[in-house]
Design a protein around this ligand. Sequence first.
Ligand code: ADP
Length: 399
Amino acid sequence: MNCVLVVNSGSSSFKYQLIEMSTERRVASGLVERIGEPMGRAVHQTDEGTSELAHPIPDHTAGFALMMAAFAAADSDLSEMPIVAVGHRVVHGGKRFFAPTVIDDDVAWNIADLADLAPLHNPANHQGIVAARLAFPSVPQVAVFDTAFHQTMPAEAYTYAIDRELAEKHRVRKYGFHGTSHKFVSEEAARFVGRPNAELKQIVLHLGNGASACAIVGGVSQDTSMGMTPLQGLVMGTRSGDVDPSALFHLARHAHLSIDELDTLLNRGSGMLGLAGTGDMRDVHRLADAGEAHAVLALDVYVRRIRHYLGAYLVHLGGADVITFTAGIGENGPEIRQEVLAGLEWLGIRLDRERNALPNTGPRRISTDDSPIAVLVVPTDEELEIARQTVETITGVAE
Ligand code: ADP
């Protein structure tokens, strides 16, 4: 057994998965939450069932101790499992990190230093890294960046048309996110259609709470809809996606909102939540089905924005071989998929309505067999991709 521990650390919680790499089987997964609150909790899952531990967790280091206690309580003592590496999800790699990277003091410091670009995420990712290095001092640790896959974008895709020197000085450009998912899904899609990734033009639509589109040629990201931060692009659960920046100046002047309030408004109080009153797509559908006009409009705005990017990427790429839907809504929302692709037969997109209506069982084709562009649904698995990249990275270093 060769296991990789995958850690996705937030500021007050972290998720983990232990993956056995020869079979890519989940040995265990769990969540440690309420770090910093008077009473914390660990929920641990294995094939045998779910267990819970409650204990004060003052910081991430104590959280890792509780995770190890949860493993021991479930009769799967971590010290007896051959963990070959710990793989960390890190949201922002800036310009510096364009590939998964073995973590040393310098790399850890640089991840923390990118906090100005991702203030909500990178400090929390860094806390998880510090705790994991203390908990597993002799195990290699690898950072896998959400931005890394998009470092291949050409300058005309990532450059904002603002003052060049100011932008350079403050690292203002498009970075793109969800890279781990876009990479995993596009590779799975190539496998599914049975063609080498190197010869495919692909568009991946990752539609979860966060959402982004990605244009990929030969396995290489050419453009993506998220920007310097994960706010740009598609309409999301609570994020607005594209908005005229002058709307913010207007709100600052006339609604007297501060910068922090505007930040919160666009990141946490907009998107489907702002338009329909709920950020959960299942609830938006329920409201729309009941005739709630705001929810109907919210769905129309949501779909139109996806079509906007789909059209743009079809032009950038000069067509596509494969379009793939993934993440919570992409995998489970046949209505959204149908609306996004409606009336595009002239482009070579022929949806098979019966296939589209089937439940989410794994990678599958939802276009007709004679559709020039293959449309797929491929479940994403960011943890597995992090584990794979972690192993590739330490193997490369060892060679
Ligand atoms: P995250 O970005 O947090 O990982 P997910 O990929 O889990 O998010 O996606 C969450 C979204 O998926 C929610 O809006 C949820 O309503 C939606 N979703 C989940 N199941 C369904 C379903 N059966 N039909 C439509 N939407 C769904």
